[in-house]
Design a protein around this ligand. Structure first.
Ligand code: SF4
Length: 337
């Protein structure tokens, strides 16, 4: 059966018209979908016949929390089960400015980054918009909180599931949907150049993050096979076009690996690559994964790397580590545990 939260308001209007209903009903239904309701019966301003029609044609819930683990820093990692039995993970983080959910967008991932636990499980399928949004709704319901920020940094490459992710973003951003401002939504890509260019045309104010991790093609290709398809020069050219088009700052994510990409020369090389760009560098102490070969850089090396970038005029900060004791940090999510 169709998942009713897969539709934007405009698409739901078409669905309702196809069922012989008036267009305005879609607005009423859409508004209900993003409140915490468990059944169509709770849509109290709809006639009984319409509720029956909805029950016969759509499903409301397609995802449920199976288990969760809480970190000592308060971060919570959830294992969620989809209606076909597949499992994914999502993470809730609490910051001073509110709650952030890190969502998954695929069951597994094709990209094969070799520092990432999600890559080790292979790719099964894309998530639909309802399954992406469902992660946020289920967490809000369970914890009785209102989430204010969404990051697409869980399992999967968001630009490899472009249409579903974009539709989910539009529903998350819709004032009648989850009503989360586009500037509070961040999408992270490993550098799919064609999609970066497409994203620049979307007229949406989300934050774009690029997982860069090295400014040298040989090192980056060793960490991220996707670099053999889209090299650093191609990514930089796409980023420049994106900035030109949107006037928005890009965040480059850089996971520091001991002895691989964390020397002073690496920092100078990176600063040269990014010189003059409207950007920010987010330094991430890499998280060890099971059977992974990479080791985290020392705190001294990470700070020295940041200082070199700052001295060269590149704004760089070190990301606070959250949830690493429960394998909920960047690159540690898998599809079951
Ligand atoms: S880092 Fe992201 S793109 Fe790379 S394998 Fe992991 S989930 Fe996929």
């Amino acid at each position: 059966m169709k998942k009713i939260r897969d539709y934007t308001l405009e698409e739901l209007e078409t669905e309702l018209i196809n069922l012989g209903e008036k267009k305005y009903r879609a607005k009423q239904i859409f508004a209900w979908l993003y409140k915490s309701l468990r059944s169509f019966d709770e849509m109290t301003d709809l006639p009984k016949e319409l509720i029956e029609k909805l029950k016969n044609n759509f499903i409301l819930d397609c995802i449920e929390i199976e288990t969760f683990q809480k970190s000592k820093d308060g971060t919570i990692k959830y294992l969620l089960k989809l209606s076909d039995g597949n499992k994914i993970e999502s993470v809730l983080m609490q910051y001073k400015y509110g709650y952030t959910v890190c969502v998954s967008n695929q069951v597994g991932c094709k990209m094969g980054c070799n520092f990432c636990a999600s890559a080790k499980i292979g790719y099964i399928r894309d998530l639909t918009p309802a399954e992406i949004i469902g992660q946020i709704l289920e967490i809000e319901k369970k914890e009785n909180v209102k989430v204010s920020n969404i990051v697409f940094m869980g399992i999967g490459e968001p630009f490899d599931n472009y249409d579903n992710v974009l539709k989910a973003i539009r529903i998350i951003n819709d004032p009648k949907g989850l009503n989360i401002g586009a500037r509070h939504i961040s999408i992270s890509t490993c550098g799919l150049v064609d999609k970066i260019l497409r994203f620049s045309e979307e007229n949406i104010q989300c934050n774009l993050c690029i997982s860069l991790h090295s400014s040298r093609d040989d090192v980056r290709s060793g960490m991220m096979p996707v670099n053999k398809k889209y090299n650093i020069l191609e990514i930089m050219n796409a980023c420049k076009k994106y900035i030109e088009k949107t006037n928005r700052r890009i965040t480059f994510e850089y996971a520091l690996v001991d002895g691989v990409n964390d020397s002073k020369e690496d920092a100078i090389h990176l600063a040269k690559l990014l010189r003059g760009m409207l950007c920010h560098v987010n330094l991430i102490p890499i998280n060890k994964i099971k059977d992974g070969k990479y080791e985290k850089s020392t705190a001294e090396r990470i700070m020295a790397f940041r200082d070199t970038l700052n001295e060269k005029g590149i704004v760089a900060t070190i990301r606070r580590e959250l949830g690493s004791d429960i394998s909920a940090a960047c690159g540690q999510l898998v599809r079951n545990s």
